[in-house]
Design a protein around this ligand. Structure first.
Ligand SMILES: [Mn+2]
Length: 589
């Protein structure tokens, strides 16, 4: 049984979860007939708000021709004209990108294309800890001094009014490509490429790497001699699709519509990607020769690329994706693997400290709704991830602050739970903050250590006013409750057509009530963390795997009946393939 592959994405079970079961939709038989699929697939499509037969058909069978033409991306025309000029005049272009996977892949796409077109191009990635997110004045000044004539941003810049004005004063031109929230005033720039700049653009959820991809595509078209791209450009576009798919999955944007088309093609071509950096990354992750899914990107490849920026400098990850030397790439990929292991260790240590603090201080008591923690020497590159895990474990919005010896102001990262607008919460408590920014689900704060206690009180009070008791109960969304006999081999195989899974299109989850054990459960995994069992409801008997559910063994043996929520999958072992249920939760009645 494959136990190592998938459990990395399973959440750590903590408190009881409330099952929210979608009602049966009577449109599903008709939709199933129109699509020639089983009703269960139709039910899941309707649950994902894909109920129109035409839309559902392209959802199940994405086509590259469904991609939106690159010249429709708002601002692309101005950007292409300015870049074409820069290429022809051999002006020095500096790509200025964000340090996360979305930024890194977007930078690599534009850098590779501009090189292919013969441009003089360089890139700059700010340091995550020392410089922070986005375009900053100091970097703009140093770029001007080093002779940059044109700055091209990726995945940042659309709110950098002051730095944009500074670039202009220093005699540089600026093209912004970004997908972050627009403020009331736009920065001064030669072009702004942004999917939400014009109402009605069909994919306002495009990731930063996709915005970069569209610009690169439009520019490639501009330089193509005839109606067809020459072989080099065609190969480039194929690789760029894989890079854009990685940025899209890593940035957790909605995986329906165009993002789904791009991700499904990008994933298919990823194992054969001709970029030595991608091949090296896949090899270091131990995924060579396997078909890759969105979870492999989200939980294996993306964390390695992100580790560079979290533990050191993200420039190294861009180096990996822009180098053509397999030897050099293999060295970087191995180093990133080590950095990722160090990141995991660091994260684990902080997570344990933070979880202990929550319990010791009683912050998980029903009277508390907002968690604020501060710790000595917590690494600011990983606290965002840890805040996310604490928020998930205790199901409360969480702010984590790094205290350092020297700092007069400390930095913190915050993560939310669904239904709680974190940005509004932080804004409401901003009297205690030096700086803050972010959106509904994630935010960053800067705070003087002396103000932490007052901030914690205000944040908790605001959370108590804006969260009901049931909001702090984690919910498990279930697509349908069905007897086990529904999950035949052919049905489960058809359900796989619904992938790639991710934001907006979660992997289908089903439930069966009143099942009992069919035989003795068996603990497995190095520490007996996992559980193998078979369950029956008299219609059928199916094998299950419960990752991190090993401690349920005793309770299962004591219970006559229980309910299971699960993701069905096809498990192939020794040439046999069988339906297996990956347990998401177990409820005892
Ligand atoms: Mn992004």
């Amino acid at each position: 049984m494959q136990t190592g592959v998938r459990h990395s994405r399973m959440r750590t079970p903590s408190q009881a979860r409330q099952w929210v079961i979608r009602p049966f939709d009577n449109r599903c038989a008709e939709l199933a007939r129109a699509l020639r699929v089983c009703p269960l697939v139709a039910q899941v499509l309707i649950n994902r708000s894909v109920s129109d037969p035409q839309a559902a058909s392209s959802f199940l069978r994405p086509k590259l021709t469904d991609l939106i033409a690159p010249d429709r991306m708002p601002g692309v025309g101005d950007a292409v004209r300015r870049l074409k000029n820069a290429v022809l005049q051999r002006e020095k272009i500096t790509i200025y990108g964000d340090y996360d996977v979305d930024g890194i892949t977007g930078v690599a796409i534009l850098w590779r294309l501009l090189r292919l077109l013969g441009a003089e191009v360089d890139y700059y990635i700010p340091h995550r800890v020392d410089e922070g997110y986005g375009l900053n004045d100091e970097a703009v000044r140093s770029l001007a001094e080093s002779g940059a004539r044109l700055i091209l941003t990726v995945d940042c810049g659309v709110t950098a009014l002051e730095s944009a004005a500074l670039a202009r004063r220093l005699g540089m031109d600026l093209i912004i490509t970004d997908h972050h929230g627009l403020a009331e005033t736009l920065p001064q720039a030669n072009a702004i490429v942004h999917p939400a700049l014009e109402a009605g653009y069909p994919n306002p959820d495009a990731a930063g790497a996709v915005v970069a991809f569209k610009l690169a595509w439009a520019l490639a078209n501009e330089f193509a001699a005839g109606p067809r791209l020459d072989p080099d450009l065609r190969q480039f576009m194929l690789n760029a699709t894989s890079l854009a798919a990685m940025g899209t999955v890593a940035d957790v944007v909605d995986l329906r519509g165009e993002n789904r088309v791009l991700t499904s093609y990008g994933l298919k071509s990823l194992p054969q990607c001709s970029l030595p950096g991608i091949a090296a990354l896949i090899e270091s992750a131990g995924l060579t020769g396997k078909g890759l899914d969105s979870f492999d990107i989200g939980f294996r490849l993306a964390p390695m690329l992100n580790a560079a920026g979290r533990m050191g400098h993200a420039r190294l990850a861009v180096d990996l994706l822009t180098s053509d030397s397999p030897v050099h790439c293999r060295r970087i990929a191995e180093y990133l693997k080590e950095q990722n292991a160090a990141r995991q260790q660091c994260e684990k240590k902080i997570f344990q400290q933070a979880a202990k603090m929550v319990v010791e201080r009683g912050l998980n008591h029903p009277d508390h709704k907002g968690i604020v923690l501060a710790g000595e020497n917590w690494h600011s590159g990983v606290i965002g991830v840890v805040a996310g895990r604490i928020a998930e474990k205790f199901y409360r919005p969480t702010v984590m602050i790094c205290l350092t010896d020297a700092a007069t102001a400390a930095v913190g990262s915050a993560r939310s739970i669904p239904g709680f607008n974190l940005y509004e919460a932080v804004k409401a408590c901003s009297a205690h903050l030096v700086r803050f920014g972010g959106h509904e689900m994630a935010a960053g704060v800067t705070i003087r250590p002396a103000d932490i206690e007052a901030f914690a009180g205000a944040f908790d009070a605001w959370a108590r006013d804006h969260l009901a008791a049931e909001d702090t109960v984690s919910k498990l969304h279930i697509d349908a409750a069905l007897p086990l006999s529904e999950f035949r081999h052919d049905v489960v195989r058809e359900l796989q057509m619904l992938g790639p899974f991710g934001q907006g299109n979660p992997e289908p989850c089903f439930a069966t009530r009143g099942v009992r054990l069919a035989g003795q459960p068996r603990r497995c995994g190095a520490q007996g963390d996992h559980l193998q069992l078979a369950v029956t409801d008299n219609t059928s008997t199916i094998r299950c795997i419960g990752f991190r559910l090993g401690n349920l063994e005793k309770k299962l043996l004591e219970s006559d009946f229980f309910s299971v929520a699960y993701q069905p999958q096809i498990n192939t072992y020794n040439g046999n393939s069988n339906v297996q249920l990956v347990l998401a939760d177990v409820q005892f009645e």
